[in-house]
Design a binder for this molecule. Structure first.
Ligand SMILES: Nc1ncnc2c1ncn2[C@@H]1O[C@H](COP(=O)(O)OP(=O)(O)OP(=O)(O)O)[C@@H](O)[C@H]1O
Length: 273
């Protein structure tokens, strides 16, 4: 039974606990505690919570990025498990993580503002394909890049430009194009509108919603902005200090808040709208 559910749902977590191991003088830190949820195919789940509530930690683990070597301390699953496309992430080997990762797009926090400054837009958007297969046919690649740039509603004249020649909104569109070029079936987006000028935030949110409708990928969207999630998410999960304190549609969660933090959020959201 568990196997069937796990394969039908792109993301299944059961009693998932994630820790940062001890380092230097700092003891181990439990960032996420006992998280149980499922994300259905084609569903967009919004992850809401204040700073430090564990949102990015979940994104790192589910995107399998936490298995990759890097300078940062990596979060580790120490309780329960998370299954992505039916593959258990606990103790996942680097090789299996890389294979799974091809189906997962990741839009990192500040992705637009951290684009490699010495690469052109065309190079940046082509890069995920070339990293996977450096012998990929150049003409075909050019076609894919053009299609993707068009899909994120950018003019083709932008292809030869460098990130510093673009607006923050244009840079974020390029970052989105990079995250989607491999046509992932799951997209994990960490604060897709952070680092984007306030005036174009709504446009980026709308673009995200349109692309999701067109391509029907499953998505986990992290944001502390209820308005963003109202526009893109089917359901939201609310985290408070690493614990799930609300799960459902925005109306379900806010109309019947079972936790004081959710009640505060609901109040400020209703006041603003
Ligand atoms: N590399 C790390 N080592 C130790 N603890 C960490 C590390 N990264 C994050 N944490 C801790 O884990 C908890 C969750 O952090 P996380 O970045 O997931 O929160 P967040 O909800 O994404 O916050 P923000 O909205 O500010 O990005 C926090 O208490 C944070 O201090």
């Amino acid at each position: 039974m568990a196997g069937t559910v796990a394969h039908r749902f792109p993301i299944v977590t059961s009693d998932l606990t994630i820790e940062y191991p001890p380092h230097g003088a700092s003891p181990a830190h439990v960032a996420v505690r006992g998280l149980t949820l499922r994300v259905a195919p084609g569903e967009v789940l919004g992850l809401l919570g204040e700073s430090g509530s564990g949102k990015s930690t979940i994104a790192r683990v589910l995107s399998t990025l936490s298995v990759e070597p890097g300078p940062d301390l990596r979060p580790v699953i120490t309780g329960g498990d998370a299954l992505v496309f039916g593959v258990p992430l606990r103790g996942l080997s680097r090789r299996k993580a890389a294979k799974l990762g091809f189906n997962i797009g990741f839009l990192a926090q500040d992705a637009g503002s951290t684009l490699e400054s010495t690469s052109t837009v065309a190079e940046l958007v082509a890069e995920p394909i070339l990293l996977r297969d450096r012998h990929f046919d150049r003409r075909e690649l050019e076609g894919l890049v053009v299609t993707m740039i068009d899909a994120v509603r950018l003019p083709l004249s932008i292809l030869g430009r460098y990130p510093y020649e673009l607006s923050s909104g244009q840079r974020q569109r390029v970052a989105l194009a990079r995250a989607l070029i491999l046509e992932p079936t799951l997209l994990i987006a960490d604060e897709p509108t952070a680092g984007v000028d306030v005036t174009v935030r709504a446009a980026i949110t709308e673009l995200f919603a349109e692309l999701q409708r067109e391509r029907a990928f499953t998505a986990l969207v992290i944001s502390h902005d209820v308005a963003v999630l109202r526009a893109v998410a089917d359901r939201i999960a609310i985290l408070y200090q690493g614990v799930l304190v609300g799960l459902g549609t925005i109306d379900e969660v806010f109309d019947d808040p079972s936790h004081p933090y959710v009640a505060r959020l609901a109040e400020s959201f209703h006041d603003a709208h």
